[in-house]
Design a protein around this ligand. Sequence first.
Ligand SMILES: C[S@@+](CC[C@H](N)C(=O)[O-])C[C@H]1O[C@@H](n2cnc3c(N)ncnc32)[C@H](O)[C@@H]1O
Length: 312
Amino acid sequence: MNPTHAGSHRPVMLDEVMQGLAIHSSGCYVDGTYGGGGHTRALLAALGPDGRLLAIDKDPAAVARAQAECGADSRVAVRHGSFSRIGEFVDELGLRGRVAGVLLDLGMSSIQLDDAARGFSFMRAGPLDMRMDTSRGPTAAEWLQDASESRIADVLYEFGEERYARRIAAAIVARRAQAPIATTDALVDVVRGAMPRREQHKHFATRTFQALRMAVNQELDDLAAGLEQALSVLAPGGRLVVLSFHSLEDRPVKQFMRHHAGRYEGSTGRPTLRLVRAPKKAGDAELAVNPRARSAILRVAERLPDAEPADA
Ligand SMILES: C[S@@+](CC[C@H](N)C(=O)[O-])C[C@H]1O[C@@H](n2cnc3c(N)ncnc32)[C@H](O)[C@@H]1O
């Protein structure tokens, strides 16, 4: 692997992630979000010759990078697809129940955000695509063209926590009746027009772009399935490590871990997870060099040994 070919994504909370995974050198690990390969690179450096690593990404470009960088490493398997398919990929490798750690580093990579042609950034003119998996599914432009006004408003409200969701949805529907909203600039323009003037500050389109991205990529559905799948493949003592970047991502992670740790009233059955220390945020030194780490929240849980229920 060529360490200089690192892409332009700086791995977030790298030391804390590695500690969270509690690496042992002959363990089997899953990086469910390869991205620019930063966490994978550190994992591979910590693994010995008997270690295994499954690297997954939804984005064919990330998968191509993974193949180019570590496809020749006999410890590594690379798969294209959602981490909601971890179970299937792990079964192909015969590793179910033997996985010592799963990492999910959610959201977009800087490589995706910085590439105007991907349409993720409201600050870069480009086609309104926003698909992580460019091999399938509607683009954001197609999604906006087909969705009902109420669906658009619901998505902006639920996934963007956008208080002007209804106004923006109405403006989108009015604009698309004239011409499809096919570019990032066109969408920014529509959002600007729908916002009261006092709200038209620098980042007024952030929430709309986030919401649309989450809908186009079915991010919360994938996350819910991915967490279940990760738990199902972990060995006893295996670690589940999740980095999220906003409250809509973090909430289901927190709830999942707490639920499986038996921390909710009404949690039934034996806990399958133990929470490993309190959620963490990036330290000042990292924030100084990587603004993207600003909103990161790291949660770690450990799979408990399987045992018969106490009353069996
Ligand atoms: C924040 S980046 C990961 C960065 C990586 N840890 C690194 O250090 O370079 C997130 C990556 O996860 C991918 N991704 C997002 N949702 C996914 C999903 N449901 N399944 C698989 N990959 C996903 C994105 O395509 C993106 O490449």
